[in-house]
Design a protein around this ligand. Structure first.
Ligand code: IFM
Length: 454
């Protein structure tokens, strides 16, 4: 192991958040209702029964929060825009006050020398559009393009890094199939349609953003995992291929011009999941989805070990998870992020990659002195960053890293029980406290690297 790990000079160190998870201000200044407002106010949907009405109150504390980012030396900040703050009904009248908030945020970041990375869609769809069918409906993709146009016209002079969507797999399959996320639907056919319209809206928005934001870098963020077979049996190899197809290839293949993976279309169809045989894919859609991008954003937290549990007399597994999990129950397996990066580079050649999210949920809080010794998070970040660095040494064109998350925040269906922040948030007082991991991350940024064993 090298004594010190150094990153390239222009490597970008950032942190990420999303609108619904931190902003609060549910109805402030003309904001419309989102599917997460509706879902989180539906009894039984959120584990701790809470919602994002206040969250980190970032909408009202934005200047202090940017000052905190500056105190950490952050070079980039990835945040998302709340669509219903801009277009309360999803389309139609623009809410100027909503745009003004992000205008102020962007100016504050630039003044603090922090590069803004905007995510246009991080799951808070205007409820009005869900009422018309949501992502399974093609008209939502059309509405997204208008929304992208409005935002990029206003901010595109100063913002040069644009992410159309965050984790379309989650938006489609957790929102419309597992039903654990808004809008809470459990219908695979709807989820598949949603996945297509999310991708289509991305492809349609890319040229619009480019037009409004000269020299913009435009990409999408996918949640991807390295997938390993639990043994070398044919059954486990096949399970691996299926998991990989469902999570990774279903999105990567069409984005990189290879159409939807035929094996997955066949498999979904055999399971009776494609009643209309993907007739919703219209001529020109696949070309639109494959619009050239400037970078790929990857969110990664854990790896997947694929096991065919139905196979008769399957070989015993040769690969078992480590006995090391975060409080989300996600396995800590740093080599997964290295293998994932190598695989994506080898198979898709994205040209430029950012890790747009990586981090860990541990609930360590202040001790008697007010210090937060979140050593497990620090170890997680250090070991994952070391593997990321290995991938870069082998040739993966990684341009930056965004820790998830800047703050503890509303963790969707889990509510506030899960804490991913490098900054502690006391939800009673809204006090922010830098955890030890934040202090460590500040030193990583300052030194552009770290000592693997510290
Ligand atoms: O909090 C989420 C984020 O919104 C999307 N990626 C995963 C994170 C942790 O679950």
């Amino acid at each position: 192991m090298p004594d010190t790990i150094h990153f390239p000079e222009n490597f970008l160190w950032g942190a990420a958040t999303s609108s619904y998870q931190i902003e609060g201000a549910r109805q402030a200044d003309g904001k419309g209702e989102s599917i997460w407002d509706r879902f989180s106010h539906t009894p039984g949907k959120i584990q701790d029964g809470r919602n994002g009405d206040i969250a980190c109150d970032h909408y009202n504390r934005m200047p202090q929060d940017v000052a905190l980012m500056q105190s950490l030396g952050l070079q980039a900040y990835r945040f998302s825009i709340s669509w219903p703050r801009i277009l309360p009904n999803g389309r139609g009248a623009v809410n100027a006050a909503g745009l003004d908030f992000y205008d102020r945020l962007v100016d504050s970041l630039l003044t603090a020398n922090i590069t803004p990375f905007i995510t246009l869609y991080h799951w808070d769809l205007p409820q009005a559009l869900q009422d018309e069918g949501g992502w399974p409906s093609r008209s939502t993709a059309e509405a997204f393009v208008t929304y992208a146009d409005v935002v990029s016209q206003r901010l595109g002079d100063r913002v040069k890094n644009w992410i159309t969507h965050n984790e379309p797999w989650v938006a489609a399959f957790v929102g419309y199939w597992q039903g654990r996320h808004a809008p809470g639907i459990q219908d695979f056919a709807q989820a598949i349609r949603a996945s297509h319209h999310l991708l289509l809206s991305h492809g349609w928005a890319v040229p619009v953003i480019r037009q409004n934001s000269p020299e913009a870098q435009v990409g999408i963020t996918l949640n991807l995992n390295a997938v390993y077979p639990a043994s070398s049996s044919a059954a486990d190899q096949q399970a691996m291929r299926h998991e990989d197809g469902y999570l990774n290839r279903w999105f990567l293949d069409p984005l990189y011009g290879r159409r939807y993976p035929a094996d997955m279309v066949h498999s979904f169809s055999q399971q009776g999941h494609l009643p209309d045989d993907m007739a919703f894919v219209q001529p020109g859609d696949l070309q639109a989805i494959a619009a050239p991008m400037d970078f790929l954003g990857i969110n990664n937290y854990f790896r997947t070990i694929a096991r065919d549990k139905t196979a008769v007399n399957n070989q015993p597994p040769t690969l078992e998870p480590y006995d090391n999990y975060t409080e989300m129950g996600w396995e800590v397996a740093p080599e997964g992020i290295r293998d994932l990066l190598l695989r994506v580079e080898y198979d898709y050649r994205p040209g430029k990659i950012y890790i747009t999210e990586n981090g860990a949920s541990y609930s360590d809080g202040p001790n008697g002195d007010g210090r937060i010794a979140d050593t497990r998070r620090q170890t997680y970040l250090r070991t994952y960053l070391a593997k990321i660095h290995e991938a870069m040494q082998i040739g993966v064109p990684l341009a930056g890293y965004f820790v998830w998350s800047l703050f503890d925040n509303f963790e969707w269906g889990f509510g506030y029980k899960q804490r991913f922040g490098i900054i502690w948030v006391d939800y009673e007082t809204q006090e922010r406290i830098l955890k030890d991991s934040a202090l460590w991350y500040r030193s990583v940024i300052a030194q552009n690297g770290f000592t693997p064993k510290e």
